[in-house]
Design a protein around this ligand. Structure first.
Ligand code: GSH
Length: 492
């Protein structure tokens, strides 16, 4: 039987899956995880030395790469009507397949990279790259538009594999922001392709991996109101003691200014203009892992931290990432007070608007962790990211983030953390009506928030205020939120 090796969320993999389904070709699918770089693994390179997905095999001695060649081969295996045998009709389909691979895919790909891939990786689209590509894309789209004014489908009045191949590079056209309005025939044809059951069956994997915002669980745009524990700035230090002490008796503790704030549903907004860690201070990302031994601290460090290193490198493009700490928030830890002294890897959700580092404690932490190397590392850009991952669907006390575009560095001030053996500090926030809060209702275990908690660069988001909050829309029987957050430092 035909075996296909692919990641269903990528353009050319989706093309093959939709095409095989259209033609009724049976196949076995082997998932090659694009996000963990499995398509570059030595085993996979034996199947496809290009290190790209998709590829296919049919028996031990036959391997084939190139999505369109896979479709052609599969069509002939089956004798499919979607790849006509008449010489001229076939040549016409072949013409579109070659056109797609040589000029159409590369042009659509520019939009995909700028408006989908870059935001997923936490960076900004470059409009000048789009502006440079737009004339070429419009010229190519006009070629399609002219053809589709004459025939219902590209190679006549019946669907062929050419339609699937040419539609595939536009598969995220809304998020890609392809200027389809200028090409009405093309737009209508694409809407028809999108109605095809073969196409629709491939939608879910794409939404899940690339646009977590489109998954069915995340459909409740709007806002909720909740109490957010800000802190008043008074004429003495704001402190928390993590041990019994006389000095703790007369302290100004944080969280003494609760305010009702609107919290916006981030899913909808993220779909049209994804959040980025540089601009907003946080982003939402797909993240899949098989790891599940959360209560075994040493094992988390040994077996899970490396996955986080890879993930942060990939999403931020940094060359070096250090994972240095994590905290698990589970049912078992819910009863522990925030001031619990021992084993800070296990805690309950924090209901205080705060950010884990200050302008001073970030670099200090680098020095503590990296000693002699720190000086050199701190001469370049350094950022701290928390990776916040639910352990199951979040049904209550979700995490909210204060959009950096609505906050100022001056909205933060120091909270002094008094431990028995050392002092630490983090940032709390003073209230401002300008603050705009976001959350991602009903986040799933395969989605993570990447949260900036310190940044050395002054011209991008530096600290993100965040807090858990009581969501009044949580169901009465809501399962207690369980999550893990992993603290990382990214060296640019
Ligand atoms: N012409 C190839 C292109 C395949 C391709 O570029 N696949 C992308 C995913 S859609 C890929 O694997 N990219 C990884 C890389 O280029 O390193 C085909 O049609 O199969």
């Amino acid at each position: 039987m035909l075996e296909v090796y692919l990641d269903p969320c990528t353009v050319n993999s989706r093309k093959v899956l939709a095409g095989l389904d259209l033609m009724g070709v049976e196949y076995k699918m082997v998932h090659i995880n694009f996000f963990t770089g499995e398509h570059k693994s030595p085993d996979y390179l034996k199947i496809n030395p290009n290190g790209t997905v998709p590829s296919a095999s049919d028996g031990p001695d036959f391997k084939i790469t190139e999505s369109n060649a896979i479709l052609q081969y599969a069509a002939d295996l089956k004798g499919s009507i979607h790849y006509p045998k008449d010489l001229k009709a076939r040549a016409d389909v072949n013409k579109w397949l070659l056109w797609e691979a040589s000029v159409w895919f590369p042009s659509c790909y520019v939009y995909l990279v700028e408006f989908v891939v870059k935001p997923l990786l936490g960076s900004e689209p470059d409009q000048s790259i789009i502006d440079a590509q737009a004339p070429k894309w419009n010229q190519l789209a006009s070629v399609l538009d002219t053809q589709l004014a004459k025939t219902k489908y590209l190679a006549g009045n019946d669907t062929t594999i050419a339609d699937i191949a040419v539609a595939a590079p536009m598969h995220l056209h809304k998020a890609q922001r392809l200027p389809l309005d200028q090409h009405q025939n093309l737009k209508g044809w694409l809407a028809d392709i999108e109605k095809m059951p073969s196409w629709q069956k491939t939608q879910d994997a794409v939404d899940k991996a690339l646009l977590p915002t489109d998954t069915s669980v995340n459909t409740n745009p709007g806002e909720v109101h909740a109490k957010f524990n800000y802190t008043k700035e008074v004429d003495k230090l704001t402190e928390i003691y993590f041990y019994e002490s006389e000095a703790a008796k007369d302290t100004h503790e944080p969280g003494d200014n609760p305010r009702e704030m609107a919290v916006n549903d981030g899913w909808d907004r993220n779909r049209s203009a994804p959040f980025t860690t540089d601009q907003h201070g946080f982003s939402i990302q797909p993240f899949k892992t098989q790891y599940n031994k959360w209560e075994d601290e040493a094992n988390v460090r040994e077996a899970f931290y490396p996955e986080i290193v890879d993930f942060v490198k990939k999403t931020t493009g940094v060359r070096r990432v250090l994972v240095f700490d994590h905290t698990i928030r589970t049912k078992a830890n819910a009863a522990k007070p925030i001031t619990q002294e021992t084993d800070t890897t296990k805690r309950a959700p924090v209901m205080l608007v705060h950010c884990d580092y200050t302008a001073e404690s970030g670099p200090l932490r680098v020095e503590q962790l990296l000693g002699a190397e720190a000086r050199d590392l701190l001469s370049r850009r350094v950022a701290f990211f928390n990776v916040w991952k639910p352990l199951g669907r979040v049904e209550e006390r979700p995490l909210a983030m204060c959009d950096w575009t609505s906050a100022h560095a001056e909205d933060f001030f120091k909270l002094h953390l008094r431990y028995r053996d050392r002092n630490g500090e983090n940032n709390v926030m003073r209230y401002s009506p300008k603050h705009k809060w976001w959350y991602f209702p009903r986040m799933e275990a395969d989605q993570v928030i990447l949260l900036k908690t310190y940044e050395s660069r002054p011209d991008v988001a530096r600290f993100v205020g965040h807090t858990a909050f009581e969501d009044a829309t949580s169901p009465a029987e809501a399962k207690m939120r369980e999550s893990v957050e992993i603290r990382t430092i990214a060296f640019f």
